[in-house]
Ligand binder design. Structure first.
Ligand code: G3P
Length: 245
């Protein structure tokens, strides 16, 4: 049985003053012992966030694939772990579009993060043009094939399906479309890692709100949500936690 996971992703938002939002989020997580709740925050806030709400899993939004070295401006998995991160997102579509990261990069980052003992949320998802061209399933399958580490299992690895056109737009796929991609993702995981696929959570991400969370979370093979905009305030994030609980 896979526990539901509701994960926030603050992206390039937040300040020390905003950490007050985490108090109510941590309280809601505490009131929902049957699910997992986590929040990925900018590098600059990881230490303060993890000190402020030690019961909440705080993560990074990305890590470099190397452990250390001449990579100006980059941050490694061991660095974020040292300041309190317990997980990291890798392969987010904004990294793929803004920093031209590939599925191979996501694979390397996932492997590096796992080596340092971090849990990983690895993102995949098609563009609007790819969906319009009826290529969504093939694109997601190819991303999974190239980015999921051979040793992935549900103890540390989570997949997140985030159609790029649904991110921050207020648009979501139909529940049937979500179910179809999640089923395909599960089947692809099974091909790659066998029976361990059954234990891997697959999150849906893209314009999840308190209003649509319950129906999305009730969709077959949807094991939680990766939430951007609605994770920035407790007022919007807590209803999603409650919908999952
Ligand atoms: O990683 C979460 C994400 O990309 C979805 O963002 O704002 O559509 O919930 P949003």
């Amino acid at each position: 049985m896979r526990r539901k996971l509701v994960a926030g992703n603050w992206k390039m938002n937040g300040s020390r003053a905003m950490l007050v939002e985490l108090d109510a989020i941590a309280a809601a997580a505490g009131a929902a012992p049957g699910i997992d709740v986590s929040v990925a925050v900018p590098f600059t806030l990881i230490a303060a966030a993890s000190e402020r709400v030690p019961t909440l899993a705080i993560g990074a939004e990305d890590v470099h694939e190397a452990e250390s070295g001449a990579h100006t401006g980059c941050v490694s998995a061991s660095m974020v772990k040292e300041v309190g991160a317990s997980f990291t997102i890798v392969g987010h579509s904004e990294r793929r579009s803004d920093q031209h990261e590939t599925s191979h990069d996501a694979w390397a980052k996932a492997a590096a993060a796992h080596k340092q003992g971090l849990n990983v949320i690895l993102c995949c998802g098609e563009t609007e043009a790819e969906r319009d061209a009826d290529r969504a399933e093939r694109v997601v399958q190819a991303q999974i094939e190239k980015s999921v580490p051979d040793n992935a299992d549900g103890s540390w690895f989570t997949l997140a399906y985030e159609p790029r056109w649904a991110i921050g737009t207020g648009r979501t796929p139909t529940l049937e479309e979500i179910a179809a991609i999640h089923a395909i993702a599960r089947a692809k995981l099974r091909m790659l890692i066998g029976d361990r696929a059954a234990g891997v959570r697959i999150l849906y991400g893209g314009s999840v709100t308190g209003a649509n969370a319950a129906s999305i979370l009730d969709t077959p093979n949807v094991d939680g949500a990766l939430v951007g905009g609605a994770s920035l305030t407790a007022a919007k994030f807590v209803p999603i936690i409650e919908a999952a609980a």
